[in-house]
Write a protein that binds this ligand. Structure first.
Ligand SMILES: [Zn+2]
Ligand SMILES: [Zn+2]
Length: 267
């Protein structure tokens, strides 16, 4: 079986008709289960976890409606899992932990999109990259990713080299440092995500890169599978391209979740 565990309903109405389009596209692409992983900052109930001018404008949805919708889909027998994509902010770790414990999830993602004030993957912040030292930003990104893993809050960490999104690479050779980061991540037992979304971004490469895939494999870290679809038509997109790459890199299984319990599936 295949699953796609990363997608967002944010660009459409929160109702069964819209959700059904995601389920149908998954079926069409031979994907037997999907996980919805809405951005946490969308939810009013989570406003306190990340409150800046950019998220404030988008803090408009109701978490209880989201959970009700997904539970309704489940009760209809739809192959849908309940996830959430939380921005990992080191300073908010305790609040995030408390928030996660209040609701029933199938899985919880911890993503690094913000380094302090810098929402580095946002198109509107592209010009800000000039202000930063790229070597430092890369270090800070992977330090934060490691902290997210060590927090023990999350089941998987999405797009684990998102920092490459615009193709700004460090001058410094990071191979030793990255080997250390992923060996430490292994100790936390969190999974990492393989995602086709990078092919639809300026970098034009899947997340993570082949180099990092090799490190993940070398350290025997579990993976989750993702399209990061923001529209129904992107569900399962490019899986036929990604799966052979994963197999070639030596992966023969992936994980999915039920009630935060990890289930291994053959790739
Ligand atoms: Zn993300
Ligand atoms: Zn996402």
């Amino acid at each position: 079986m295949l699953v796609d565990y990363h997608m967002h309903l944010e660009n459409g109405p929160k109702n069964l008709d819209y959700l059904k389009k995601f389920v149908e596209n998954a079926e069409r692409r031979g994907i037997s289960e999907i996980g919805i992983s809405e951005h946490c900052y969308r939810f009013k109930e989570a406003k306190h976890l990340l409150d800046n001018p950019w998220t404030r404008e988008r803090n408009v949805d109701s978490l209880s409606e989201y959970l009700d919708l997904l539970n309704e889909a489940k009760s209809l027998g739809w192959p849908v899992k309940i996830g959430i994509e939380i921005d990992y902010i080191p300073e908010a770790e305790e609040q995030i932990r408390e928030f996660v414990s209040k609701y029933q999830w199938d899985y919880v993602f911890g993503s690094v999109h913000w380094l302090g004030e810098f929402g580095f993957d946002l198109k509107e912040n592209l010009s800000l990259w000039q202000k930063y030292d790229i070597d430092k930003i890369w270090n800070e990104y992977f330090n934060t990713l490691l902290k997210a893993a060590q927090s023990g809050i999350f089941d998987s960490l999405p797009h684990p080299d998102l920092i490459k999104i615009y193709g700004f690479y460090p001058k410094e050779d990071l191979s030793e440092y990255l080997d250390y980061v992923f060996s430490e991540i292994k100790k936390t037992d969190v999974a990492l995500e393989a995602s086709t979304a990078g092919w639809r971004k300026p970098v034009g490469e899947m997340y993570p890169s082949l180099v990092i895939l090799d490190l993940i494999r070398k350290h025997n870290i579990s993976i989750t599978l993702a399209s990061d679809a923001h529209y129904p038509e992107d569900v399962g997109r490019d899986f036929e391209r990604m799966i052979p790459i994963l197999k070639k890199a030596g992966f023969n299984e992936f994980v999915r979740f039920e009630n935060r319990k990890r289930i291994f599936e053959k790739l």
